[in-house]
Every structure is written in C-alpha cells, then in structure tokens.
Design a protein around this ligand. Structure first.
Ligand code: ADP
Length: 488
C-alpha cells in the first residue's frame, strides 16, 4: 500500500510531544511491513538536521494557492530513520515555518491551512496517487475537506483518508477566513453538518471538518474513544463523533521498542533487562550523581511530562511533596509553555532546591528523560485527561511502576496491583480515579509501601510491566486493516 502521512510533527526531527512519536513509530512499522510510506512535514527552521540523511532540494517551484494569490514552495527530501520525509518550504513573507517553534504561534490557523493546501497541491502536481492519506490532529483537518471538495475533481480520486485524533483539547477553532485562504466555499461549509463548531456556528472547527470528511476516524486508545463520545472529554464534539460512530474507533498507540529499550539504550549508563534487573540500580546511582541527590536506600519517584493543565499539575506538585514526606526521593523533568505554569513550578523548584532528595529540571531534555526512566522506581501520571499517554508505557518498559489516574489510555494500559480484574501477571501499577490529593495519595502510598515492605513483590510488578507488549506491531496491523477497509 502507498501511504502518505500528514502531521505537524515527526520524531526525532520535529517533535513537541507524543504526536511526533506516533508518526515516527507507525511509519517505521508500516515500512517494515513492506508498505511505501512518505511523511510530509513543514520545513521548520528548528528541524533536527543532524537526524536527516541526504537532505536535498528535490522539488522546486510548487505554486501553492493562498487566498486569491499564492506562494512558491520548495520541497526538500531526506530520510529519517529510514522514513522518506518531504519538507515543505514556502517562500512567503509571513515566514510561516521560521518561528523557532512547531506550534503555538498566534497565526497557527494560517500556517497549517497553508500546510494542508501545500500537501494536496504537492500530491496533485507531482502525480502522486496514494491509497491513503493518514492525517493527524487539527493541523491537518482541512486535508480531507480539500481532497473531497477540490482535489478529487482534479483527479485525486482513488485516495482515501484516515484521520487520527490525538488530543481534543486542541480542535483548531478558527475564523471563516481560513476557508477563503484555502479556496473553499465558506457558505457551503459553514453548516452544522460540516465545519461549523457545535458550540458556536460562527466559528470553524477544523477537527470537526476532518471527522466529517475522512473515510475513517481513529483516536489513540479505546477508552478515550468512549470518553470523547460520551463525556465532556469530547469538548463539544461528542455529538459529531456519535453521528459518525460507524467510521470511528480507538486504537492504542505503541511505543518504539527499539529506541525505548533498556538493554540497548545508549543514553543510559548501564544496560539492563528483565533478566538483569538488579543492574537497573547502577542507573539510579548515576542519576543521583548527575542531579546531586543523596545516595540513600530510598525509592525514586519520577515525573517526565509537559507541564500543562492536562497533566494534572497540582497533583504533580502534591505527589512530589507527599513523596518526600514519606521518605522517597523525587525527580521532575518537565517544560511548560504557559508562563503561569512555568512560574508555578519555578516556585516549587525554589522551595525544594536545598532538599537532598529532590530535583526539578524545568527543561526539555531527551537524554535526561532516558536516564530518569532507567533510574526511577515509580512514575507518577495524574492526568486530567490522557488520550493515550506514552510515558506510562515507556516507564513500564524500563521497569518503573506507574501510579496513574484511570483515564483514557492510562486506563487501557495500567492495571492496579490490588484492584483489577486482570490476572496477577498482567497487573503492573497503581491507579486512582478522583482528581484529588487524597486519591493520589491512596495509590502512591500503596506503591511506596510495597517498595519499602515487600521488595520481592515490587520486583514482580516491575517485571509484569516489562513483559507487556506495547510495541507498534499490533497497532500497525490494526491501522492496516482500516486502510484496507477504506481503500478504493
Ligand atoms: P503528550 O503527547 O501529551 O506530551 P505522551 O505521554 O503521549 O504525552 O508523550 C510524552 C512524550 O514526551 C514521552 O516520550 C516523554 O518521555 C516525552 N517528554 C515529555 N516531557 C519531556 C521533557 N521535558 N523532556 C524530554 N522528554 C519529554
């Protein structure tokens, strides 16, 4: 099959979060299965060029319409871990992709409207006829709309679209003007059954457009699929999703079992695996040394997270302070985009800086993230909502016991050591339901109690987590089934 993936991110060259890992992991698995995959990305100025092989300008003078005019683009081609990637480089006065960031700019609607149009214009002008365009999140919501409203009539009529929702917290609520930018008929599209936002008929909802027009819609875990259809987690799209239920399903993401493998991970100090679990302790010693923590017989609680309201920031803070009270050590690696949240954690860092058992690193640091997974005993993930979550899967792969809130993909992957309908060998962590300090404490205290009093049983929980198959093999097969099903 010939699959084009459209996304704002692809790890490791353009990654802001789990979306980047998703595209990279799924693309690699599809290629392993013998399929032809091309990933189309904006050519951001912050691309990790050192991770792109053979980057060269390979297609020039692509004219991409925008409003009544347009901009010329060059396309650069290169390979990222064996994945064919195309990078779209517009020569526009707005310098859409030269902002030092992937997203979060005030004119994101314009930037990604342009990107969506450029993707289709490139496929059309270069004579490509993919079987599937796999679109992701609101940035690409206009692609199925443009395909079926505009490009199908121009000859792109064999291509079908699968659209994956990674986070309904960002739906692309934009003004009608973007439809004019994209050359679409605003009057026809601003209707309740098409792109009008369910909460405000004067606003365009790009994610809704993607849902309505795609041939199939997925989200990143079965539990999140249920939550967004039936609870306020749908953030206004519940009814749209129920209406399109016949073409909607949840598929749990995988993680890249090659880059996240404690036996071969080059970022960490000492390799280890299920058969050599005691060696994990060397990594704990090394991390303590690196971060200036005391070398004591204490459990290490970790948080590796974007510091966003979605991640349960108050409970993250509470877990650190409560863990320290209970005689544990705590490490946080996180970065906040919101200035208030950044300030919130800077205050906590000042409060805990002198503590010999606590270190907060307010940064994005891939290398340190690996070392924390390798060193930690317990990973705290108290998300308000969590479409899938990779952190708990990576943690388990590294023998870290997750303490997680039972929402979204966390509910599909973390099974409580004491209260679960799973057999013992599938239990791998501790879960709690309520978004309260007491609920978090009840789970965290059980994990700490086990570490202190029943180390043998704690070791078994680690091994249960390490034995879970959260690789991309199964989800990729599931995506292929969907692609086959919708293929023309
Ligand atoms: P989200 O996509 O909502 O950020 P996920 O759990 O799906 O959350 O994915 C988070 C990914 O980003 C994981 O690979 C995690 O290790 C990584 N990550 C998060 N914060 C940081 C950070 N500050 N430094 C390095 N890696 C981080």
């Amino acid at each position: 099959m010939y699959i084009v993936m459209a996304s704002a991110e692809c790890a490791p060259v353009a990654k802001a979060g789990g979306l980047g890992d998703f595209v990279h992991g799924l693309a690699r698995e599809l290629i392993l299965g013998g399929h032809r995959v091309e990933v189309l990305l904006p050519k951001y100025d912050g691309l990790r060029l050192d991770r792109i092989e053979g980057l060269e300008k390979a297609y020039t003078d692509l004219w991409v319409p925008f409003y009544d005019q347009g901009f010329p683009c060059d396309l650069h081609h290169g390979r990222v871990d064996g994945i064919d990637c195309w990078f779209i480089d517009p020569h526009s006065p707005q310098e859409f992709f030269k902002r030092g960031v992937i997203h979060g700019e005030p004119d994101d609607p314009d930037r990604f409207t342009f990107y969506a149009r450029a993707v289709l214009e490139f496929l059309y002008k270069s004579g490509r006829h993919p079987d599937i365009i796999h679109c992701n999140d609101w940035h690409t919501g206009l692609i199925p709309v443009l395909l079926f409203e505009t490009y199908q009539a121009l000859g792109l009529n064999r291509t079908r679209v699968c659209y994956t929702l990674h986070n309904l917290g960002h739906q692309g609520w934009v003004g009608e003007y973007v439809l004019h930018q994209a050359g679409l008929d605003a009057q026809r599209l601003m209707t309740p059954d098409r792109l009008a936002d369910p909460g405000n008929p004067h606003v365009i909802n790009l994610m809704k457009g993607g849902i309505v027009y795609a041939n199939y819609v997925t989200t990143v875990s079965p539990r999140y699929a249920w939550e967004i259809q039936t609870t306020e987690q749908g953030m206004g799209l519940q009814e749209t999703l129920r209406l399109h239920d016949h073409k909607f399903g949840g598929i749990l993401n995988g993680i890249d079992f090659e880059s996240w493998n404690p036996l071969t991970d080059t970022h960490i100090h000492h390799p280890y695996g299920p058969g050599s679990l005691p060696d994990k302790a060397h990594n704990k010693t090394a991390l303590r040394q690196r971060l200036g923590l005391a070398q004591d017989n204490k459990p290490l609680i970790a948080v590796v997270s974007r510091l966003d309201a979605q991640k349960g920031v108050e409970l993250i803070r509470h877990a650190i302070l409560h863990g320290l009270d209970r005689g544990a050590q705590a490490v946080l690696l996180g970065s906040a985009q919101e200035p208030v949240l950044d300030a919130y954690f800077r205050v906590l860092k000042r409060e805990t800086d002198a503590h010999p058992d606590c270190h907060l690193e307010l940064a994005y640091d891939e290398d340190l993230a690996h070392q924390i997974y390798a060193a930690a005993d317990i990973m705290v993930i108290p998300s308000v909502y969590e479409p899938c979550g990779l952190t708990q899967m990576i943690a388990m792969r590294y023998g870290v016991v997750p303490v997680a809130r039972r929402v979204g993909g966390l509910a599909d992957t973390v099974f409580d050591a004491n209260h679960s309908d799973k057999p013992f060998e599938e239990r791998n962590g501790y879960v709690f339901d309520d978004l309260t300090p007491e609920a978090l404490e009840s789970a965290l205290d059980r994990a700490l109690g086990l570490w202190f009093d029943y180390p043998e049983y704690f070791r078994q929980l680690r091994l249960n987590g390490m034995a879970m198959d959260n690789s991309w093999a199964r989800p990729a097969r599931h995506y292929l089934d969907i692609f086959e099903y919708i293929r023309a």
